[in-house]
Write a protein that binds this ligand. Structure first.
Ligand SMILES: Cc1cc2nc3c(=O)[nH]c(=O)nc-3n(C[C@H](O)[C@H](O)[C@H](O)COP(=O)(O)OP(=O)(O)OC[C@H]3O[C@@H](n4cnc5c(N)ncnc54)[C@H](O)[C@@H]3O)c2cc1C
Length: 286
């Protein structure tokens, strides 16, 4: 609660379990922290709207292109850019010459899961500035019945190692989902990361792990009521069993290279924070 207040969240209220359960009759808890100003949004619409605004302001997006690395020339970061389709059959011969070398005034390495991998391919950026990267898949399950959802609020249990805990999320249509859990992924090579060749399928057997987690706060969850939803993968900076490491925004003041900003470990709530991160970079690092 103190942390929320320090960060300017209005209206936070600590509640007894009985008050919380009056608000959410299906919930079981001893105490709860109510955040009445928390909201949800349609992430795809937000992305489309940001793309539209950026293009209106003169931005050009280059789809189906992959930045494979970079080098410093005359104190500028030069990006080596390939057409993604050339990399897709890289087993049969990796193209050595980039299709294009870009020399921007400012490079923001916001490659998400691939950001540390890409940074390691920037010649001139010392390895000591690049954190180790770990990947943690999180999957969601939805309720198979299409009746009235059991909750009206987002419900977050106490966080677990590597994630926020299997919580309740609602979308704008009122559909409810539980997740995400934490499943560590190993052995991802650079190209697979750049081409997003991660396995995003939901392993149905993981539902067995969800039931006991959800029943800690929703005891009435019926056997067989969960069905696979979808998965996402978190770009973690700490691995299993390690103390959590927070995200990193890294500019010239840290790594010494003008015109390069690295964003490492931008996991949840990276979407919610995206405008704040952009404003921070614009104000402090441009
Ligand atoms: C399961 C799950 C649930 C989440 N829930 C929430 C939530 O409720 N609220 C919230 O705020 N956040 C949430 N997040 C976090 C949020 O999705 C991320 O923080 C956010 O997407 C990070 O944005 P980004 O632009 O840094 O990276 P990304 O969204 O990963 O975008 C990186 C982009 O870079 C591209 N790329 C990668 N490598 C290269 C390359 N070499 N060359 C060119 N392009 C490249 C990728 O294709 C991708 O398009 C969740 C994440 C997960 C996994």
């Amino acid at each position: 609660m103190d942390c929320g207040i320090q960060n300017g969240v209005a209206g936070l209220k600590m509640m007894d379990g009985s008050d919380a359960m009056r608000l959410e009759p299906e919930l079981q808890c001893i105490r709860a922290l109510l955040s009445p100003v928390s909201g949800i949004l349609d992430s795809h619409s937000l992305m489309l709207s940001l793309v539209g605004e950026a293009e209106d302001n003169g931005a050009t997006f280059s789809y189906n292109t992959t930045v494979m690395g970079g080098h410093i020339k005359e104190n500028r970061m030069c990006l080596e850019v390939f057409e993604t389709k050339c990399l897709e059959n890289w087993d049969s011969g990796f193209p050595s010459q980039p299709d294009m070398v870009l020399v921007p005034n400012l490079v923001v390495n916001s490659a998400g899961l691939s950001a540390p991998v890409l940074a390691r391919r920037f010649g001139g950026l010392h390895n000591s500035f690049i954190p180790p990267s770990y990947y943690a898949r999180g999957c969601y399950f939805t309720l198979s019945s299409t009746g009235i959802p059991p909750f009206k609020h987002l419900i977050y249990p106490i966080p677990e190692e590597g994630g926020l805990g299997v919580h309740v999320t609602l979308d704008l249509d009122g559909q409810l989902k539980f997740g995400p859990d934490v499943e560590w992924i190993n052995g991802v090579d650079d190209i697979s990361s750049f081409l997003d060749r991660f396995d995003y399928s939901v392993c149905t057997s993981r539902a067995e792990l969800f039931y006991p987690e959800i029943r800690k706060y929703y005891a009435n969850l019926k056997d067989g009521s969960l069905q696979p939803g979808y998965t996402g993968i978190r770009p973690k900076l700490s691995g299993p069993g390690q103390s959590p490491v927070d995200f990193i925004i890294q500019g010239k003041d840290i790594h010494g290279i003008a015109g390069l900003v690295n964003l490492f470990g931008i996991e949840s709530p990276g979407l919610t924070s995206s405008m704040a991160i952009a404003e921070y970079i614009a104000a402090r690092l441009l």
